[in-house]
Design a protein around this ligand. Structure first.
Ligand SMILES: *[C@@H]1O[C@H](CO)[C@@H](O)[C@H](O)[C@H]1NC(C)=O
Ligand SMILES: *[C@@H]1O[C@H](CO)[C@@H](O)[C@H](O)[C@H]1NC(C)=O
Length: 264
């Protein structure tokens, strides 16, 4: 699902990209290259490691890597890999692959809700004990009172309308949110106090988890970061991939539909 603002923003971004004139072209007429400069900033995440730098220098000049140096480096790489954060989680397709639902654990002790992971929006919202009972039809409900890590964000509200005119709105909590082994503490969990009829009818879908940029997040007065933007700080690279298989959901045994939150 794509909220209107994202469609507009994306279209504008693509249009800007396509019409930008190249700085340099190898085809005539050759544009004149105007001088320009760009400031560099120190990479504070860079961790110097002497043996690795030495090995790079030896490799650059085609010199043989001594065994002891190779062993030191492989131990260092193994330790670095072991410390990385990553995870993957299975997604279950809804009828005819309209959407895939992913189990998401919210709070402590964890409450599992099946959320629609959505690359086109940036709000994580859920059906909840705060949702009026006449708007609920079998969905799992997040109860912030049963989580000892939930905290209400006073004064914050949210309201989203998607491209298909469906909508929802409500208030905001911060809580721990875990997907496929990756946990984010203090994640904004937007609790629904109103959902449109389509969401009520969709009994299997307990809410959405937006994966787009947080500039689209609808929480006001203070916008919130998406789960992935928070999680990315603990990953080697801010990358997620989805591996969704076409039309597999209707057959038994149910195939694995897998979301990877990865650190390629
Ligand atoms: C919060 O709940 C968890 C899971 O039930 C429990 O292990 C933990 O001790 C609780 N923490 C506090 C501060 O009550
Ligand atoms: C719920 O949202 C709809 C659509 O925005 C609105 O028309 C309706 O009045 C709202 N209901 C409540 C109880 O706030």
């Amino acid at each position: 699902m794509i909220p209107q603002p994202s469609t507009v923003a994306l279209t504008a971004a693509l249009a800007g990209f396509a019409t930008a004139s190249p700085l340099y072209s190898s085809h005539p007429p050759f544009p004149i290259l105007k001088p320009f400069s760009v400031s560099q900033v120190a990479n504070h995440n860079f961790r110097p490691h002497g043996p690795t730098q030495l090995a790079k220098t030896l490799a650059k000049y085609g010199a043989q890597l001594p065994d002891s140096l190779a062993q030191t480096i492989s131990r260092f790489d193994a330790a670095r890999l072991a410390a990385r954060n990553s995870g993957s989680v299975n997604a279950t397709p809804e009828s005819l692959d309209i959407q895939y639902l992913t189990p998401v654990k919210i709070g402590n002790p964890p409450q599992t809700l099946n959320l629609d992971l959505d690359s086109g929006s940036s709000d994580l919202w859920v059906f909840s004990t705060e949702t009026p009972p006449d708007m609920v039809k079998g969905q799992a409900l997040y109860n912030p009172k049963k989580s000892n890590t939930s905290e209400k964000v006073d004064g914050s509200t949210w309201q989203i309308t998607y491209g298909d005119e469906s909508s929802s709105s409500g208030i905001v909590y911060h809580d721990t949110v875990r997907i496929g082994g990756v946990a984010v503490k203090g994640q904004a969990v937007e609790v629904a106090r109103n959902v449109s009829k389509g969401f009520t009818r969709d009994s299997n879908n307990d809410g959405l988890l937006g994966l787009a940029f947080s500039s689209l997040n609808t929480v006001r007065p203070k916008r919130e970061l998406t789960w992935f933007e928070n999680a990315a700080k603990t990953l080697d690279a801010p990358v997620w991939t989805a591996d969704l298989k076409y039309h597999k959901g209707r057959f038994i045994p149910r195939p694995k539909i897998t979301w990877f939150i990865t650190n390629m």
